[in-house]
Design a protein around this ligand. Structure first.
Ligand code: PXL
Length: 278
């Protein structure tokens, strides 16, 4: 049996515990060979830092693709996160077309918005391109804000199951077979994740830790990918990712100096045990 190989495409925020500096260690810790394409290099992430530097690496993406085509490198899954500019999305789609093995999975975390607003670097042109990437995906992992941007629905902080059902239907209509909608909570102190697959909905509810932390979306999506490529089903992967993310927030929340990310490294032994449990 050949081991599975994942390619992840997202930015490197050199400091700040998000995107590639989270995805690479987490998926690797899950025992999966992980290749990367950095879409941009930033000195820090854009959530709470000012004056960050940013170098767009869009130009390199087709060159890396073409070299890998020559060498014959293929991937069992392509997982994308924060990318940077709308122009690079067509090249990311071509990588999915050209470098996937037969039956490979395209997993897209739209990673562009939270708390009702787009991240500073993005606008509606980016959202339109992201819809095309979601159409190419087998699995998408939006939060509710991203789901609203992708579907044109109104963002709500409080909602009922009918609102979530409408979001899921509209997200599915974008094209992905599986939708993992994160940050869905119906009760005070609770949140969770909805897994919508083959028109069937399942919900994993868990504790909501009040403190919102940067980078948790990336920890969540990367863990989901690590579990899924290990052969877990979508619901089990969603659950493992939720439990690990909660644990990371719990470990971090008491340290006021550590506001920029979560201490995901400290909980890695627990993640590895969860991946190896039946
Ligand atoms: O965690 C998402 C993310 C990734 N990369 C960059 C970001 C953010 C969120 O703000 O700014 C550069």
């Amino acid at each position: 049996m050949t081991d599975k190989r994942v390619l992840t495409i997202q930015d490197i925020s050199c400091f700040g515990q998000c995107s590639l500096t989270v995805a690479l260690p987490i998926i690797s810790a899950c025992g999966i060979e992980t290749a990367v394409i950095p879409s941009a290099v930033l000195s820090t992430h854009t959530g709470g830092f000012t004056g960050f530097t940013c170098r767009d690496l869009a130009e390199d993406i087709p060159k890396i693709r073409d070299h890998w085509k020559e060498v014959g490198v293929k991937f069992d899954a392509v997982y994308t996160g924060y990318l940077g500019t709308p122009e690079m999305i067509a090249d990311v789609i071509s990588i999915m077309d050209d470098l996937g093995t037969e039956g490979s999975l395209n997993i897209v975390d739209p990673a562009m918005a939270d708390g009702g607003v787009l991240y500073p670097a993005f606008d509606m042109v980016y959202v339109e391109e992201m819809k095309k990437l979601c159409a190419k995906a087998d699995i998408i992992l939006p939060n509710i804000t991203e789901a609203c941007m992708l579907t044109g629905m109104e963002y709500k902080e409080e909602y009922d199951e009918a609102y979530i059902d409408e979001l899921l239907a509209k997200l599915s209509a974008l094209g992905a077979e599986t939708v993992i909608l994160t940050g869905v909570g119906y009760k005070p102190g609770r949140t969770g994740v909805v897994v919508f697959e083959n028109k069937e909905k399942s919900y994993y509810e868990h504790r909501r830790i009040e403190k919102g932390c940067h980078g948790t979306g990336d920890v969540y999506a990367s863990t989901f990918v690590g579990a899924l490529i290990n052969g877990k089903d979508a619901f089990t992967s969603a659950k493992i990712a939720a439990d690990y993310t909660v644990r990371c927030i719990e470990i971090t929340k008491g340290d006021t100096e550590h506001w920029y990310g979560v201490k995901f490294e400290k909980a890695m032994p627990e993640l590895i045990s969860a991946i190896h449990a039946e």
